[in-house]
Structure formats: C-alpha cells, structure tokens
Design a binder for this molecule. Structure first.
Ligand SMILES: NC(=O)c1ccc[n+]([C@@H]2O[C@H](COP(=O)([O-])OP(=O)(O)OC[C@H]3O[C@@H](n4cnc5c(N)ncnc54)[C@H](OP(=O)(O)O)[C@@H]3O)[C@@H](O)[C@H]2O)c1
Length: 205
C-alpha cells in the first residue's frame, strides 16, 4: 500500500521502518525537504520524500503523527483527502492541542474532506512501535472511528507493524477515550515510574 506519513519523528519514523520492512511504499510528507526529523529513513528503498500535498495525493492511507498543537494546520495542509483513510496517532498532552477541540481526530474531521478518520497508533509509546514484542509475545493496539473501511486498513497496518491484534474500541464517539487511554499508558510509564518498556495485552476466555 502507498502510505503518506506526515510527521516523521519518533512515531512516524518507527512506523515508516516497520511498514517499509513489510513492503509498503512510504511517502514522507514534509515541510522542508532539505531539513526534517527522520532524514535517515530515506536510506530505505521504500521511502521517498515529498511536499505534504504531493505525498497525500499518491497515497490511499495517511498517518498523521505531528504534535497535537499542529493538528488543524496539518489537516488543512493535506490537499484533497476525499476517499482517503486518515490515521490519527496524535494525543493532546497536558491540554496542549488544537483550540476548540477535545481530541485531535475531531479537529482533523473539521478541517479536511476525508470522512474515514481513524484514531490508531496513539495508545502506546513509539518504542513499542519500533518493537512490539515482549519475550516472544507481541502486544495489542486499539482503534476507534466510524469508518469500517478505515478501521480495516488501520488493523492491517497494525498487524503489519508487528502488533498481535488491533481491537475496535468503537466509533468517533470514542476518539476522546482513545486519548485518555494513551494518557493512562503515559501515566504508568512516566508519572508512576514504570518506564517506557511496558505494553497492553488483552486476555480473553
Ligand atoms: N512519542 C511517543 O511515544 C508517542 C506515542 C503515541 C503517540 N504520540 C503522539 O504522536 C505525535 C508525534 O509524536 P512524536 O514523539 O513522534 O513527535 P516528534 O518526534 O517531535 O515528531 C514530530 C514531527 O511532526 C512534524 N511537524 C511538527 N509540526 C508540523 C506541522 N505544522 N506540519 C507538518 N509537520 C509537522 C515534525 O516535522 P519536522 O521534522 O519538520 O520538525 C516532526 O517530523 C504527537 O501528537 C504525540 O502525542 C507520541
């Protein structure tokens, strides 16, 4: 699949590497082609660099992994996203986010044409995106959004990144819950001192 990645830092860089290793073509959409975080990714043959609208134009799926404060500006910079799936990995941390919105996915929906916006890849640390396996067992991921097509693509890309499963947490009304869940991980890892090398796994019987 052709995947545009806007925000090639910790999260975008980790997922670009994982997806490239699975044979996906990665279109990094950057503000300054000569100067951006994750420049080393271009050493991978599957990765190329474009302006943001040019990356989006060539791709079926678009990962947004910029700071939440830039969510509105980034959504408005994508060009035409009609019919494309937008994967939102952003989190509002300590109230720093798009003005007038309680989560980034709603800000994206209000500022671009795509109706297929899925919140995914936001609930765990980028270290777990680089390596989701704990003593031989891959951890799980979670997603939310109204678009069934968007969630099918998000789930496949989560599996391709090495996660065991990507559980469906519900529709657009669960966007905020997904950010709260992300903050639960951040709380355990940072505030409660467990460190980044922790991950969630759903058990069933
Ligand atoms: N870090 C984690 O473990 C983690 C886990 C889950 C979710 N998240 C969320 O994922 C998002 C990214 O986090 P990160 O740690 O990957 O951040 P990061 O390493 O600081 O990377 C941010 C990226 O966003 C780009 N960017 C910033 N403003 C932009 C704008 N206005 N337009 C286009 N691109 C812009 C930067 O571009 P330049 O290269 O040009 O500077 C950079 O590539 C955040 O919302 C965060 O809450 C983070």
């Amino acid at each position: 699949m052709n995947i545009a990645i806007i925000g090639s830092g910790n999260v975008g860089g980790a997922l670009a590497s994982r997806w490239a290793a699975k044979g996906h073509r990665i279109f990094l959409g950057v503000r300054e082609p000569g100067h951006f975080k994750g420049q080393a990714l271009t050493e991978l043959p599957e990765v190329a660099v474009f302006t943001i609208p040019e990356a989006v134009r060539q791709c079926e799926a678009i990962l947004l992994a910029t700071p939440a404060t830039a969510a509105i500006e980034v959504a408005q910079s994508l060009g035409d996203t009609s019919g494309k799936v937008v994967l939102d990995a952003m989190n509002i941390i300590m109230g720093r986010g798009p003005q007038g919105f309680t989560n980034t996915a709603d800000a994206i929906l209000a500022n671009t044409a795509s109706r297929d916006v899925v919140k995914c890849f936001n609930t765990t640390g980028f270290n777990n995106m680089k390596n989701p396996v704990y003593e031989g067992t891959p951890i799980d991921l979670f997603m939310a959004g109204d678009s069934a097509r968007g969630k099918a693509i998000a789930r496949q890309l989560a599996l391709d990144a090495g996660f065991a499963e990507c559980y469906d947490a519900g529709g657009n009304d669960k966007f905020q819950l997904m950010e709260q869940f992300a903050f639960f991980w951040i709380n355990l890892a940072m505030m409660q001192g467990l460190g980044r090398e922790i991950g969630f796994k759903l058990l069933k019987r």
